[in-house]
Design a protein. Structure first.
Length: 175
């Protein structure tokens, strides 16, 4: 087995420039099929077993990958809904420089102008903690139920994949 691995690696290294040139050339359906067939275990000397076919299908099947992505997306709802129940802290700060120009008559009736500069600063720290919000609790429970549903859907698709792979394998054996 070790010899086969080193030979395969040597072939990959030896044909890497050719593969790079082929990657830039337009491909045809026949070229794509032959390239795919040479990289799959079916092209090797040993026949593909049912377990190997199932493992390959688990990795490459589009339906399973879609179900996994959906389950992963729904799993993210639990931390998001739990985060809604945690304290929320916000800090705001502001600084202003004010220039007040005032013109008014003095005691003699002559208008006088005064410039007055002053700074104003503000800082606000807001801490919000929901004490009891039934909607947030319901959202968290709903997220957990959606994760359970997604896991069940994924498991169903895995079982369907096993059925599809087994039937295809048996049809190939009978052919």
């Amino acid at each position: 087995m070790r010899t086969q691995t080193s030979i395969a690696l040597a072939c990959i290294v030896a044909f890497a420039p050719i593969g790079a040139a082929m990657a830039q050339a337009p491909t045809t359906a026949a070229a794509t099929t032959s390239a795919t067939a040479s990289t799959t275990p079916a092209a090797s000397a040993a026949p593909l077993t049912l377990l190997e076919a199932y493992r390959l299908a688990l990795v490459q099947d589009a339906i399973i990958r879609t179900a996994r992505a959906g389950a992963d997306a729904r799993r993210e709802r639990i931390p998001q809904s739990r985060a809604q129940m945690l304290p929320n802290i916000a800090f705001q700060a502001g600084a202003n420089r004010n220039n007040l120009i005032r013109t008014q008559p003095n005691i003699l009736g002559v208008p006088t102008t005064t410039d007055q500069f002053y700074d104003s600063n503000s800082r606000t720290l807001i801490l919000r903690q929901p004490l009891f919000r039934p909607a947030l609790i319901a959202d968290y429970r709903q997220a957990r139920a959606q994760v359970a549903d997604a896991n069940a859907s994924l498991e169903k698709e895995v079982q369907n994949l096993a059925t599809r792979v087994t039937s295809a394998y048996l049809e190939a054996l009978l052919a």
